[in-house]
Write a protein that binds this ligand. Structure first.
Ligand code: AOS
Ligand code: ZN
Ligand code: ZN
Length: 395
């Protein structure tokens, strides 16, 4: 069978693929050394949403925008939701922030001082209120907590306080809301981190209940970690709530997903599909796994960077869907080591770009969304319009 024939078979499965884009990807960002300003950068949350809606308009792949509180704080979130919906996108995951307040220097949800813990918990309760107005399903918690020196903190006591704080937050969720807990092996803490790995995140969310899940950020592991194994395990346990997609060469680089290692993205998507994490699994049609980007575009234009990212995810999803699972299973069961590997590599090496372009055109989209965006004049327009004011960013 030719790959085009096979593509025709998997094409319907690509329908409805949804990738959530982060509002902060549209703002200026940088490293500890420099934040480069760029022309056309949004000055308000509305402008970030307008840019995200543009990514969706050109790709059909990004129907939700994830917000960060307080970076995206507005007076009226119901109005913001209407504004987004008028532009053809919805508001997605709400991200909390307990890493930019002096009170949290030694911890937030884990702090020894009950006043600081209460303040951090209250911030999450405020985020849940925002979710009610925006219609968001997920509260995403990434914690910058840990210690820099052995002996600095009681690691076990911090786990206990974390469990207690998360319990209060989880109990405040509505029935249709979820909590996703992200892990990261180091940074900003360098000796120990309170939620460093999927195991710790799993232990904490498993104690909370069914609507608490793990968030896997692809940049948050030690080099060489087999991330697709973690994906397989979490799906097996019913606890993979969301992805923060990005790619990395060294640490938490937050580069364009699929840029550093497209083969890894392919392998992850193979396990997502194998584990039933792809496609709508809930009665409301929303996928159980939220596929989010968590990226920063420090030197490249942000909208093209986001377009490239969602296209990379779509491309590796298509290749993963092309995997001949019957042939793979037969080879695995026959103990055919190289045969099984060849089946997997055949899918990975299938160039789906022309098929995807035709697929898009059939749906009224441009075959090449990136070129179509560059030719559309949108970039020139925002660069001309958005002068003055403070550019929004990773502030
Ligand atoms: C931090 O390293 C985590 O990846 C967070 O998910 C995220 O980048 C941060 O919360 C910005 O929103
Ligand atoms: Zn992340
Ligand atoms: Zn990160």
């Amino acid at each position: 069978m030719t790959s085009t024939t096979r593509f025709g078979e998997i094409a319907p499965l690509l329908e409805g693929q949804a990738i959530e884009v982060p509002s902060w990807a549209y703002g200026n960002s940088g490293t500890r050394f420099k934040v480069f300003g760029s022309a056309g950068t949004p000055r308000t949350v509305e402008e970030k949403i307008a840019d995200a809606a543009t990514v969706h308009r050109f790709t059909g792949l990004a129907p939700l925008v994830s917000l960060h509180i307080p970076w995206d704080l507005v007076d009226d979130f119901a109005a913001l939701r209407r504004y987004a919906e008028d532009l053809g996108v919805g508001l997605g995951t709400i991200n909390s922030n307990t890493f930019q307040d002096d009170d949290y220097k030694l911890g937030a949800l884990t702090h020894t001082d009950p006043r600081v813990r209460r303040k951090a918990v209250d911030h999450h309760l405020a985020c849940i209120d925002v979710m009610r107005a925006t219609g968001s399903r997920d509260l995403k918690i990434w914690l910058a907590e840990g210690t820099n020196y052995p002996g600095q903190g009681d690691m076990r006591g911090r786990q206990d306080r974390l469990a207690e704080s998360l319990r209060t937050i989880y109990d405040a969720l509505d029935e249709d809301q979820r909590l996703v807990l992200e892990y990261k092996f180091f940074e900003p803490a360098f000796y120990h981190t309170d939620v460093p790995d999927w195991g710790t995140s799993y232990v904490q969310v498993a104690a909370l209940g069914e609507r608490a899940m793990v968030c896997l950020d692809t940049g948050h592991h030690a080099p060489g970690t087999n991330i697709e194994f973690i994906v397989a395990q979490l799906l097996r346990l019913g606890k993979l709530g969301s992805f923060d997609f990005n790619s990395r060469f060294y640490a938490d680089d937050d580069l364009i997903v699929g840029a550093a290692d497209p083969f890894q993205l392919f392998r992850i998507m193979v396990e997502v599909i194998r584990g039933g994490g792809f496609g709508p699994a809930n009665p409301d049609g929303q996928s159980q796994v939220a596929f989010m980007l968590d990226q920063c575009h420090n030197i490249e234009d942000k909208i093209p960077g986001q377009i490239r990212s969602v296209l990379n995810v779509q491309e590796m999803t298509a290749r993963a869907l092309l995997l001949d699972t019957d042939a793979l299973r037969a080879a695995q069961e026959a103990g055919d080591v190289l045969g099984a590997n060849e089946v997997l590599m055949d899918a990975f090496y299938t160039d789906v770009r022309a098929d995807l372009a035709a697929w898009r055109e059939e749906r009224g989209l441009a075959g090449n969304p990136l070129r179509a965006y560059l030719a559309s004049g949108y970039q020139q327009q925002i660069e001309a319009d958005r002068v003055g004011g403070t550019q929004a960013g990773w502030n």
